[in-house]
Design a protein around this ligand. Structure first.
Ligand SMILES: *[C@@H]1O[C@H](CO)[C@@H](O)[C@H](O)[C@H]1NC(C)=O
Ligand SMILES: *[C@@H]1O[C@H](CO)[C@@H](O)[C@H](O)[C@H]1NC(C)=O
Length: 142
């Protein structure tokens, strides 16, 4: 490692140590909100969801029809912020990353605007994603 790099890291450590509140602004990007809606039929079996990132566990939740869970976090490219969810419903189960891109929620999504809301809607035929403003599109089957 070049001396200038070592010096830069050293200064960054000093900065974080002296100003703990600065850590947020150096490593954290904008704030994101992820929603998981249950749009399954009213009389359908329970939808159970477990969402987590490397260091943030949202826990296991049973989501009743027409209700949702949501959480927020600061995402950063540097730390490669990623959340996944595991879904269980009616003897189906499915797991995928629900957030891994700072612009489009997930890398292969068709969201074009810069999204800070990632809204997942669980239906009988699969999983829909929207940025909360525009109409959702189907992202995956069960
Ligand atoms: C969940 O969503 C509600 C309604 O949009 C919002 O007011 C609340 O701040 C959100 N909670 C979290 C933890 O992001
Ligand atoms: C996203 O997907 C929906 C549903 O398939 C489609 O109607 C819409 O045109 C797509 N948007 C883009 C930007 O590809």
């Amino acid at each position: 490692m070049a001396y200038s790099q070592i010096k830069a890291i050293f200064l960054l450590c000093i900065l974080c140590f002296c100003f703990p509140q600065a850590k947020g602004s150096i490593f954290d990007g904008p704030k994101y909100n992820v929603y998981v809606w249950n749009a399954l039929p009213n009389n359908s079996p329970t939808l159970t969801v477990h969402c987590a990132s490397k260091d943030d566990d949202i826990g296991f939740h049973d989501i009743a029809p027409t209700t949702y869970i949501n959480w927020s976090f600061h995402a950063s490219t540097l730390l490669k912020t990623m959340f996944f969810c595991h879904f269980w419903w009616n003897s189906n189960d499915k797991a995928f990353e629900v957030f891994n891109d700072l612009d489009t929620c997930v890398k292969d999504s068709n969201i074009t605007a810069r999204a800070t809301v990632c809204q997942w809607t669980v239906k009988e035929d699969g999983f829909y994603l929207t940025d909360g403003q525009n109409v959702g599109y189907k992202y995956a089957d069960w």
